[in-house]
Design a protein around this ligand. Structure first.
Ligand code: HEM
Length: 516
């Protein structure tokens, strides 16, 4: 086992020791686990060949070990926070369709090939099954006092459909989002003021990623709770910082629970405890925010447009109160980091295109509030955002279970196969896009072949597609336009990107905002 693997393993072992005396005596477990791993390693050489022989469909892929499947790769050859690079490497080694094996022996098929991707994403499933994140499922099922279900993001089948129908119609309605534009303009202006305050005399803004996180918080909470919460004031409250940190920890724990050693399933490891702490912090803070929003609502006019989503969710008689609360929590959690990361990636990529920034500026009014018509009259804004989503999406792959048998790359996969559709990797392949690895927003204005827009899916596809898409696109267009109205964006060096279940910039990010 290589150094990172040993480190990770000892970290889990340590968590057993730091646990207060449990009902069951776990003291022998570390030794047992170590012995088990040694046994597994010894048996590997003998058994790998026979396991390989049994791989369903004989898809190419890394060697699977008994009990560990192919997960050992993420504890030795690859780093868990660089999974995007790990998958790029595996596509190079095994081709655009390959299979991993879970510790339980199930196959996970990764795809970066265009026709296969299109086939998977086109499947018109009525109740698409996106494999749930197990750690969320286990925790929420253990708290029936708080959760009536595992929530919209993790629920499946009829229950998912019920939640989706009752929770997202307001969020996806053009009417609601258009009604939010004046508030969004004001949130963006506050964000620009924060940037002005944090900008040094040489134009550098240090910790830009933290500021975008606050922007994500303020706008998503504004949209969901219908009230401004002050996350963009110069000195951020401890509560905002705690919520942002909990959301980050929540995503990281999900990543580690999936790709790391699954010991958390058998004992309360430090990973599981970290996850529980993050869920509880998010639950506590969002509950407080909801209470505050409710009491403000009581004193305000009921037809306040900004409160449309919150009030509709709260007032819906078809939903259990616990589901209403979980929904607001899930929407806020799903919206903060995704938005913040996307904004950092967009500005980083655009910083290499001073000419495109100039073009955006020339298509916009000099200053002031922006209306939808003005944004529509600036196609370079949409092109810049589309291209950033193509080249560097924060969600680089989509997970699905096939609901019918499908032939992929010449292999017949049975219904129920777990598929990872790597839209991000496919978008960087030369056969799919002209000069695929370059940031070229012009391709969205004047098409140059090859051009496969059908595989650009930063918000997913089909009925499980992100309900925040319309809101996020409008918000990104608006912020980008407002930033470029004021400044040219520059970035020194390369952005360090890591995989925190989402692709995220490594903190802290610094960029320079230069007066025109
Ligand atoms: C740049 C910002 C965002 C990105 C890139 C993004 C991306 C995604 C992706 C890729 C999915 C999975 C879709 C699929 O499996 O087909 C998803 C699901 C989801 N997103 Fe977003 N999202 C963003 C912002 C938001 C916001 C602002 C909200 C809420 C206000 C939100 C709420 C959700 C929810 C609830 C789901 C689960 C939907 C379901 O399973 O039915 N997201 N998002």
């Amino acid at each position: 086992m290589s150094l990172p693997g040993v480190f990770l393993f000892s970290h889990y072992v340590e968590s057993f020791w730091s646990t207060p005396p449990p009902l069951v005596d776990w003291s022998g477990v570390p030794t047992l686990v170590l012995a088990l791993v040694a046994l597994v390693m010894a048996a590997t050489a003998l058994l790998t060949r026979s396991v390989e022989g049994k791989r369903p469909c004989r898809l190419p892929g890394p060697a699977a070990l008994p009990l560990l499947g192919t997960r050992w790769l993420f504890w030795s050859r690859y780093k868990m926070n660089k999974l995007h690079e790990a998958y790029e490497d595996m596509f190079r080694r095994y081709g655009p369709v390959f299979a991993e094996t879970t510790p339980g022996g199930a196959m996970v098929v990764s795809i970066a090939e265009r026709t296969a991707l299109e086939a998977v994403l086109r499947t018109p499933a009525k109740r698409p099954y996106r494999p749930p994140t197990e750690i969320v499922q286990v925790y929420r099922r253990s708290r029936p006092d708080r959760y009536a279900s595992t929530g919209l993001v993790n629920e499946q089948g009829e229950k998912w459909h019920h939640l989706r129908r009752h929770l997202t119609s307001e969020l996806t309605s053009p009417h609601t989002i258009q009604g939010f534009i004046p508030e969004l303009n004001s949130i963006c202006d506050d964000f620009l003021n924060l940037l002005k305050n944090c900008r040094r005399p040489d134009g550098i803004v240090h910790g830009f990623d933290q500021l975008t996180n606050r922007m994500g918080l303020e706008s998503v909470c504004g949209l969901m709770l219908g009230t401004r919460l002050g996350f963009l004031e110069r000195w951020m409250s401890g509560r905002a910082a705690a919520l942002a940190a909990a959301v980050k920890a929540h995503f990281r724990a999900q990543r580690d629970s999936y790709y790391g050693a699954p010991l958390w399933k058998f004992a309360p490891t430090s990973l599981y405890k970290t996850f529980v702490r993050s869920e509880e912090t998010i639950h506590m803070i969002v509950s407080e925010l909801m209470e505050e929003a409710k009491s403000r609502t009581r004193g305000a006019a009921q037809d306040d447009g900004m409160q449309e989503i919150f009030l509709k969710i709260l007032g819906n008689p078809e939903l259990d109160m616990r589901d209403k609360k979980a929904a607001v929590i899930d929407f806020i959690t799903a919206g903060i980091e995704t938005l913040a990361n996307s904004l950092v990636f967009l500005l980083y990529l655009l910083s290499g295109r001073a000419d495109w920034q100039q073009r955006i500026r020339s298509e916009l009014p000099a200053c002031g509030d922006l209306r939808v018509e003005e944004l529509a009259a600036a196609p370079s804004v949409r092109a810049a955002v589309n291209e950033a989503f193509r080249l560097l999406p924060t969600a680089p792959f989509l997970a699905r279970l096939l609901d019918a048998p499908m032939t992929i790359g010449g292999h017949r996969l049975p219904a129920g196969t777990f598929v990872l559709a790597h839209t991000g990797a496919a978008c960087r392949r030369e056969e799919n896009f002209w000069r695929a690895s370059e940031y070229l927003p012009e391709r969205w204005i004047e098409v140059r072949e090859p051009h496969a827009p059908g595989i650009v899916a930063p918000f997913g596809r089909g009925r499980r597609m992100c309900p925040g898409k319309r809101f996020v696109e409008l918000e990104l267009h608006l912020i980008l336009a407002k930033i470029i109205q004021h400044w040219r964006v520059e970035f020194d060096g390369e952005l360090d990107i890591q995989f925190d279940f989402l692709l995220s910039p490594k903190s802290p990010v610094s960029l320079r905002l230069v007066e025109w």
